[in-house]
Design a protein around this ligand. Sequence first.
Ligand SMILES: [Zn+2]
Length: 290
Amino acid sequence: MQTTPQTPRRYDLGGCTITLVSGGSLKLDGGAMFGIIPKPLWNRLTPADERNRIQLACNCLLVEWAHETDRRVIVETGHGPQYGEKEQEIFAIDPTAWLLPQLEALGVDPATITDVVVSHLHFDHCGGLTRERDGRPVPTFPNARVHVQRREFEDARAQFGMMTQTYREESYRPIDEINAWNLLDGEEAIVEGIRPLLTPGHTGGHHSIIIAGRDRCAVFGGDVMPTRHHLGPPYGMAYDLFPLENRASKEKLLKTVADRDGLLVIDHEPGTPVVRVTPEGDYYTLTDAT
Ligand SMILES: [Zn+2]
């Protein structure tokens, strides 16, 4: 199934725009997605299918500047195209509906992308870094630097995760071959206007990504808070390596967005993934952003 994008959702940050681009979709077990939360609670928010899976999106961003610059940036790459029949079935992944066809439908040549930032290296976030050509994986963005925290890179290589197959070699090897990794050690700027916000918990080296325009900023959260239904402090995933650290990171993320009156982009939200964050009582509420 080839997907044609609807009118792209684009947000002006002042001299810089972010465009929401689909990196595909998948289904994961609802229980695993909500950790300690009992099914009667989460199932009301996001009903499970007959195999107990819930629908998730893989949201990505294209970042462009109005002024003359040689930079064109992608944040997150979704699940990518390289899945066998069994995996397509388990995760309900359509391997033809991923980031590259969506970008091309927007008229974006992947060779013009200069930088790709991923929150972490699980397959549903970095699978779009590579694709298959002539039977072997090659980089999707041949001219891009790929930015990730060094700790995440090392943990991925050590397969440090809750599940086998969460870190997939075919997503990295082609990037090794063109020596395109830029390994980060903290919150240093990646390119002008874009910097990481360290938000460990889901993985030890997980970061969120702050994109600052002249007028406002947007923060791509990553898997700190995968859907709008994961707002509450105990609403974590069973996949989180350090659940309490993730809770603290979620507060940090929400506070960062609220303090700056910015936009929060929620990575796996299948509904409206760009929201504003408003303090309410001793916590926060989310509202659709325009
Ligand atoms: Zn994820």
